[in-house]
Write a protein that binds this ligand. Structure first.
Ligand SMILES: [Zn+2]
Length: 259
């Protein structure tokens, strides 16, 4: 089939973006998209399957474009994914406003990742913690007003315009998801294991045994002497068997400094 240049937009995808395209678009080296209405490049990229959160830069020749660019017939655009590493959350032509820190809002479809991120010490809110009545739009608004990076496996959620920083989580296993996110944002040096409450995201602080002894089970009382307490919900933590299990999960990403 010959493509008439004058009513098509020609898109080349780089990195792993091709994997995110709808199946019917994956085979060709260049995607020839028929321009039928005046749609922004953001809308077109999302129509072919890629949430805007996954796009790192869009080039027309040497010119970097913004999401609101209205493609012209015959345009040839190069589309790049977000580069892994600290730059993944830095301001760019597509995202002038950067998140202030690596704080996360984790979607309900990957809820176990929220617990693992807390275990690793990251300030993490789970969509499970938000009011049950929240719509997708409310969730998006929460991530945007709180400045949290929205993590999800739901492409439609990430397509909302208000999501400034988000990431489509690629892996399915929660332990693999933790490694994926820590490596994507280059967070290994920021790990602070067991500094945060798994239940409420509050910060843990050392507490004397005498202070909490009345709340301990007999065996815990007998075998453990070092305790931490959540400053928000008062939950007590100690280095029991659950601690060992969590340590095993964190092992692949712990460095000598934060072990
Ligand atoms: Zn707590």
């Amino acid at each position: 089939m010959s493509i008439r240049e004058d009513d098509h937009l020609h898109l080349s995808f780089h990195g792993d973006l091709k994997d995110l395209l709808h199946r019917r678009y994956r085979q060709d080296a260049v995607l020839h998209y028929r321009l039928s209405r005046s749609a922004s490049i953001k809308d077109i990229l999302e129509a072919v399957g890629i949430p805007h959160t996954e796009i790192g830069s869009i080039y027309k020749g040497a010119l970097q474009l913004a999401f609101n660019y209205l493609p012209l017939p015959g345009d040839r655009l190069q589309i790049y994914g977000v580069t892994a590493g600290p730059a993944a959350a830095e301001p760019s032509a597509l995202r002038p406003r950067a998140p202030t820190d690596f704080r996360f809002l984790v979607d309900i479809n990957i809820a176990r990742l929220a617990g693992l991120l807390r275990m690793a010490g990251f300030d993490t809110v789970s969509v499970q913690d938000l009011p049950k009545s929240y719509s997708k739009r409310d969730i998006v608004r929460e991530s945007s007003t709180s400045g949290r990076i929205l993590l999800s496996r739901d492409r439609e959620l990430l397509k909302h315009r208000e999501v400034a920083f988000g990431r489509l989580v690629r892996t399915q296993d929660p332990a693999a998801q933790l490694i994926e996110i820590v490596d994507f944002y280059d967070l290994r040096s920021r790990l602070a294991p067991f500094s945060r409450c798994l239940k409420c995201n509050g910060l843990l602080a050392p507490v004397s045994k005498e202070t909490v002894v009345h709340r301990l089970e007999p065996l815990t009382k007998r075998y453990y002497h070092s305790f931490r307490q959540c400053g928000s919900c008062s939950s007590i933590y100690w280095r029991g068997s659950h601690h060992e299990r969590m340590l095993q999960l964190l092992k692949p990403i712990l460095t000598a400094d934060n072990y």
